[in-house]
Structures are given as structure tokens and as C-alpha cells.
Design a protein around this ligand. Structure first.
Ligand code: AMP
Ligand code: TRP
Length: 329
């Protein structure tokens, strides 16, 4: 079975972007691939979180992974910081990665703009740590959302360059993986292109029905179509993107027709959308609460995951050390 790896930074709760962009793929892949899903706690240090916040968020994400249907009997679920082998590989990869190419990564440029007084080296080398996460298990497929494309390109570059420098065929080039025909980008409902934590426009899996309803009802719209069959403006397209993901095909068709004959009422669309999002998230929310309360289970899952992840990481690193010319420890 092919190796699959993916991770999410513990910087708060999972939102619908994480869920539909990444976690639903994690769940669907578990039966057919050799899957490893981790919590990227080292990556979250670029913004200097407090120790107590790290602990709380890693536990939250772990409970949310399980609540979404990641099964620790089928997949290896672990914390990035439990696998120190990743750091050694990160260091080797950094030696072969150039300042210019790291500076050109859009997410780095964006972050540097957003936090100008904290443009740290970890932020710059974020893509090589991500490459190490993937290459340490020699993964072939990585389920991620559209926003990770550039980081994935860097991971492939790291694999290729290592192979070239040492004249080996050791690391396979990892590919992004989507279940849909193309990469998914969940829009924000505030008129922005993307739902994201730093955008402050998230609907979270753990939001209760009332909160979801409030957030959806506040979604930005326009004054409505005036010409039949007209092109939808961005904010309306965003609503339909959502509808396409969470609602039944008949519902989508119903509102498409209403749009096309200019009789659409955004209030009705939002009510339906809120209801369908709640239908999706309510059972997950109940399970999140159950798993969050079961600290013992979370501890066991992380412990068992760490052991399995390290076993795989150790094997890769032993070969890497040999290829580079170092002895084993
Ligand atoms: P992040 O919350 O930025 O750490 O993202 C974790 C995972 O969720 C990555 O695979 C992202 O590509 C995915 N993701 C985050 N936001 C979105 C979004 N709005 N649409 C699609 N995927 C997303
Ligand atoms: N960069 C990813 C994000 O922001 C998180 C991540 C870290 C990741 N390492 C990874 C995703 C390895 C896939 C594989 O969402």
C-alpha cells in the first residue's frame, strides 16, 4: 500500500476549510493507503504560542481528528514533536535549500507582511520542515487543500535535490491528493476568497447550531440579479460553492433556478445552507465533546501513534545517514 502523510497545525479548532479541504480526504483514504496523520505542533511555533495553549490545542485537534472519523486502528495518528527524527532530516534538507527559493514562497511573503516584527528563520524554513514531515515516511500522496500547492512543490524539489546530490533514487516525489476533480478551496462567507483562521471568518466544527446560523445569516451578498441567467459575482459564487459541498443536488438546482430567473431570496438560501451545515457538523460536534473529555484515550492514541511513526522515521533516517556518509547512532 502507498504511503500517505498529512498534518494540520494546532492553532485553534478545525474549521470547515480544514474539514472539507483536508480531513474528509484523510478519512476516505484510510482503508486504501498506509496513512499517517499528525498534528504539526512544531510548525505552530512560528507565531510563538504559549505552552498552555499548545497543549490545549494539540489535544483539541486530536479529539477532532477522531471525531471526524480518523481511526487510530487504521491510521497512525501522532504529534510531530514526538518524532525527533523529523528534525534531523529537516536540517539535512535545509543544507540543500536556498535562501532565494524560500523567500519566494508566497505564504512566507504574506506572513512576513502580517507579522513584520517576527520574521523568524522558522517561518522562512516552514516548507523544508513540511518536506521533512512528508519525506521522513517516504510518502507518495499528501491530502491537502489548494493553498498548500507551493509547499508541495518545495517538498518535491527537496526530494529531487537530495536524490541528485547523492546520486540515489531514495525519496519519491510526493503528490498532492484530492478526492474531488480538483483541489478544494473553501471560501469565506465574509466576501473573502478563503476560510482561514488568520482571516477570522471561520465556521468551526465545534460551533453549535445557533452560532453556525448566525455566521451564515451574516454572509455577504449583493442586491440580487437583475438579468436572467447572469454571471454570479464572487460573493454569491462563494455561497453556491458551499451549497454544492453540503447540500443535496436538488437544493443546489432549486437555488440555481431561482438565481437564473431572478427570484432568488438570499435569506432562504442562507437558512437552507445553515441547516445543511448544521446537519453535517452536529454529529461531529457531539463526538468532539465525547473525545475531548476522554483524556486517557487521547493520551493512549498519541502514545501508540508516536511509537509507530518513530519506527517508520527511524528506518528512513538510518538510510539517509548512510547515504550522506554518517554512521548510525
Ligand atoms: P491550516 O489550518 O492552514 O493549518 O490548514 C490545514 C489543512 O487544511 C491544509 O491541508 C489546508 O490546505 C486545508 N485548508 C485550510 N483552509 C482551507 C480552505 N479554506 N479551503 C480548503 N482547504 C483548506
Ligand atoms: N502546512 C500545512 C498547513 O498549514 C500543515 C503541514 C505541516 C502539513 N506539515 C505537513 C501538511 C505535511 C501536509 C504534510 O496546513
Amino acid at each position: 500500500m502507498e504511503n500517505v502523510v498529512s498534518g494540520i497545525r494546532p492553532t485553534g479548532n478545525l474549521h470547515l476549510g480544514n474539514y472539507f479541504g483536508a480531513v474528509t480526504s484523510f478519512v476516505k483514504m484510510q482503508d486504501d493507503y498506509n496513512c499517517k496523520f499528525f498534528i504539526a505542533d512544531w510548525h505552530s511555533l512560528t507565531t510563538h504560542p504559549k505552552p498552555e495553549d499548545i497543549q490545549a490545542s494539540t489535544n483539541t485537534i486530536l479529539a477532532e481528528y477522531l471525531a471526524c472519523g480518523i481511526d487510530p486502528e487504521k491510521s497512525v495518528v501522532y504529534m510531530q514533536s514526538d518524532v525527533p527524527e523529523v528534525l534531523e532530516l529537516y536540517m539535512y534538507l535545509n543544507m540543500n535549500t536556498y535562501l532565494g527559493e524560500l523567500e519566494r514562497v508566497t505564504t512566507f511573503k504574506e506572513k512576513a507582511r502580517k507579522q513584520p516584527d517576527n520574521v523568524n528563520a522558522g517561518l522562512l524554513t516552514y516548507p523544508t520542515l513540511m518536506a521533512a514531515d512528508i519525506l521522513i515516511h517516504r510518502a507518495l500522496k499528501v491530502p491537502v487543500g489548494k493553498d498548500q500547492e507551493q509547499n508541495m512543490e518545495m517538498a518535491r524539489k527537496c526530494a529531487r535535490r537530495f536524490n541528485n546530490i547523492y546520486g540515489v533514487d531514495f525519496f519519491p516525489e510526493p503528490q498532492s491528493f484530492y478526492f474531488a476533480k480538483e483541489a478544494i478551496k473553501i471560501p469565506g462567507l465574509d466576501g473573502s476568497g478563503k476560510m482561514g483562521k488568520s482571516e477570522g471568518n471561520c465556521i468551526y466544527l465545534k460551533d453549535d447550531a445557533k452560532t453556525i446560523q448566525k455566521k451564515v445569516m451574516k454572509a455577504v451578498t449583493d442586491s440580487g440579479p437583475t438579468e436572467p441567467n447572469s454571471e454570479k459575482p464572487e460573493v454569491i459564487k462563494n455561497l453556491f460553492t458551499f451549497l454544492n459541498i453540503v447540500s443535496a443536488p436538488e437544493t443546489v438546482q432549486f437555488f440555481e433556478e431561482k438565481w437564473n430567473d431572478c427570484s432568488i431570496r438570499y435569506g432562504d438560501l442562507k437558512k437552507q445552507l445553515a441547516q445543511d451545515i448544521i446537519g453535517y457538523t452536529e454529529p461531529i460536534r457531539e463526538r468532539i465533546n465525547e473525545y475531548s473529555a476522554n483524556k486517557e484515550l487521547l493520551r493512549k492514541v498519541a502514545e501508540q501513534g508516536a511509537e509507530k511513526a518513530r519506527e517508520s522515521a527511524r528506518q528512513t533516517l538510518a538510510e539517509v545517514r548512510q547515504i550522506i556518509g554518517f554512521k548510525q547512532y
